[in-house]
Design a protein around this ligand. Sequence first.
Ligand SMILES: [Zn+2]
Length: 379
Amino acid sequence: MKYNNVINILDKLISCKSLTPFDDKCQEYISNFLKDLGFEIEFKKYGDVTNLIARYGSQRPVLAYVGHTDVVPTGDIEKWHSDPFKLTEKDSKLYGRGTSDMKGGIACMLHSIEDFLKHNQNIIGSIVIVLTSDEEGPAVNGIKKLVESGDLSKYDIDMCIVGEPSCKKNIGDTIKNGRRGSLSGALRIQGIQGHIAYPQNAENPIHAFSSTLDKLVSEKYDQGNEYFPPTSFQISNINSGVGATNIIPGELSMDFNFRYSTETTKDELQNKFEKIMQQSGLNYAVNWSHSGDPFLTEKKDLLNACALAIEEELGVTAEISTDGGTSDGRFMAKICDQVIEFGLINESIHKINEHTTSSALDDVTKVYISILNKLLAKK
Ligand SMILES: [Zn+2]
């Protein structure tokens, strides 16, 4: 283990019982660590949630590390083979809740910054750290709030690394450079209920909808692009009928979702869907709910620096990917056009016996240091 301090930092963070939305003094420890390195510290509390913003330097470009100190519940504590709030080494693995998601990532960030500043008295630009204790919960009083309230505006963040566990099997196998958008809808189709023996007196919404359903499913909403697969339309629930075998149902309801690429928009998808429905002549209503725009970071300074750092330090060519669930990157993307996610391995996150390894921590730290050198070191 090259960076012993990473383990010490992680040990301290794991011992804080920061079950979402509570921080349990993680940020106090982190702020003291950063103060010693010359950072200016600001706390923003919203409800139960603690947010920390720290800054070193006053020039552009501004590189931000973003992450969360909260963790998901442990689940049945009896099933853990060690105390989830005590960093425990066993069979070359380091166990504890948050070791991968994402106190381990925070430990790598902190140590990489300490190492970088030790070797670079004068840097180009600034380093900003933004941490919240509300990522694993509703995620309303964390990064979302900091972005929407304007708390982050004065920091002029140019580039942002979200330290979430982005890797699948090996450190360096994946950098995330965006996410798909998500648009959901609840459709209701009105028919006329009746006796199954007298269909002439009824209007069966299942029959009436079947050809339109086929059109909705086979429609090509877009082709995707270099970074995104084609937009996907998926039905999650479809219900009709009252349970009796001699009744033609009077209504059909269907829930569906679009995971969409940057090749289309929420409005375009709604218009396409409504057009198909209008052509059907059915009596229908649809309720839309939109939970996130897609975002994409192109191959510019930050993504290039991260991919090159992984290649140089680990000898691995990273896959650049936009798959997976949502993260706070979607909020940062509203104020910053370069947002990537790179961190530890996500295989054990949210599980019983969550773990990482000291070599994984070492590798992520090496990559973070190399990124800092590429972007902020005076040549
Ligand atoms: Zn996380």
